[in-house]
Design a protein around this ligand. Sequence first.
Ligand SMILES: Cc1cc2nc3c(=O)[nH]c(=O)nc-3n(C[C@H](O)[C@H](O)[C@H](O)COP(=O)(O)O)c2cc1C
Length: 332
Amino acid sequence: MIFSPIKIKEYEIKNRAVMPPMCMYSANEEGFVNDFHVVHYGTRAIGGVGLIIQEATAVLPDGRITVNDLGIWSDDHILGLKHIVDVIHMNGSIAGIQINHAGRKAKVENPIGPSAITYGGDYKMPKEMTIDDIKEVVEAFKDAARRADQAGYDLLEIHGAHGYLIFEFLSPLSNQRKDQYKDGKIFLREVMEAVTSVWPKDKMLVLRVSAHEYIEGGVTPESISEAINYVKDLGLDLIDVSSGGNVLVKIKAFPGYQLDLAKKVKELTGCKVIGGGLITDLSLASNAIGSERCDMVYFGRILLREPYLLINHASDLGYEIKYPEPYIRGKK
Ligand SMILES: Cc1cc2nc3c(=O)[nH]c(=O)nc-3n(C[C@H](O)[C@H](O)[C@H](O)COP(=O)(O)O)c2cc1C
């Protein structure tokens, strides 16, 4: 059930609930952490979420989704990030960070991508990356991983979903290169090799993927699983399964809409998976774990409006949760 602990490496995660990365676009233009971030993540940790994965944090200034993304492109960011880690740890949760390059979806002067193909809408035409651009980005992921370790995170999530740079390489809809990188798995592997050369082996490593593009010619659960199988020997502890984001299509979303994708990826790769999508009640989450569709469940938007979902609703499942000591007089 959702409150069963899970052990990954030497980490005892107290329950299966995950706060997935959610951009808050609340940093200043230098990408620094401020009090909002510390309160925001600290509150969800007080609320009993087992694993908190911090929002997409940019490995390069030109890899930002917006100018208000959090950044990890310089050593100067480490101290602020450490404050987030500390507040999460202080309140008994495991601290993760998602590192990202937004590729053609970066709202910057000169976005880059695997090919000169635009996302559409008001997004700019990206420049097709040269081999030097590729090397620079790979190196930036490596430096970001080293800084994430120095800041004290327990878990590093590489953003390979939602139409950002790594996913752009993986999808035939955004990658029409003629060189060796036409196989987007090669770029993913280079990023992962760089990251694992500095990220400690005893800490957790996660890859987030979009397991479906819901459009002819796009990524499918089968093709994304093939990419995962190509890199998993580098040591992936979990796959965080999402979908969409690389092309403008309407997704039919309902509670648990991505759970079957998580199950498929789990079957085809043998990896542990985090699944979710519009999950707002704990019984559906427990059922997803009980039916082995996923190993952990993410609660995104619901945690924006109900940070205390877990501690307030554990008793609905008959589970006696440890309530935060200072708040006991407010317990229902
Ligand atoms: C405000 C907001 C920001 C998001 N930012 C990110 C992000 O930084 N990285 C990411 O992988 N997904 C991001 N997502 C997607 C969520 O992690 C999650 O997969 C999605 O909201 C579906 O889960 P839910 O239905 O429980 O909200 C974001 C979603 C929201 C609502």
